[in-house]
Design a protein. Structure first.
Length: 152
């Protein structure tokens, strides 16, 4: 004798998941300039405004990174910049401090070749790092900001 499971029986046994709360580390603002981007016109800038959490819990480094990829995924570039952050105390009701960081892209891919004309996707993310025994360790990650840019 076999047992036949229906979709409703299987779904009833799955545990519902609560949505993850938004992390305290947030990218408040992201500007991509110029868009559309012409390679011969200089660098493309990802200008970010990042809000730090109320408590750093030992974190001393803010890292902002971006992955820029072509539709075919054959051309990509990973950009990153880091900045030291000082411990701070946020007064009750006051906004936590914010830091501006800029990532620049020179229009070259991971092979140092000029990026082809087309639409590229990007994802920008902020991380708080703490210096550990084996180097920097991630303490907190912001939700990513995603978008597209046109390369001419």
């Amino acid at each position: 004798m076999g047992v036949l499971w229906t979709a409703s029986q299987v779904d009833a046994k799955a545990k519902p998941r609560a949505p993850r709360p938004e992390p305290e580390l947030k990218i408040l603002e992201l500007k991509v300039m110029p868009n559309p981007y012409t390679i011969a016109s200089g660098p493309l800038e990802f200008s970010t405004l990042v809000q730090l959490p109320k408590e750093l819990n030992g974190a001393t480094i803010l890292e902002v990174s971006s992955l820029v990829t072509s539709p075919s995924k054959t051309s990509l570039r990973f950009l990153t910049t880091r900045k030291s952050v000082d411990p701070h105390t946020t007064m009750e009701g006051a906004d936590p401090p914010s830091i501006s960081l800029v990532l620049t892209w020179d229009g070259l891919d991971h092979k140092k070749q000029t990026a082809a004309v087309g639409t590229y996707a990007f994802e920008v993310r902020a991380k708080l790092l703490v210096n550990g025994e084996k180097g920097p360790r991630t303490m907190m990650v912001s939700w990513p900001k995603r978008g597209t840019l046109e390369v001419k």
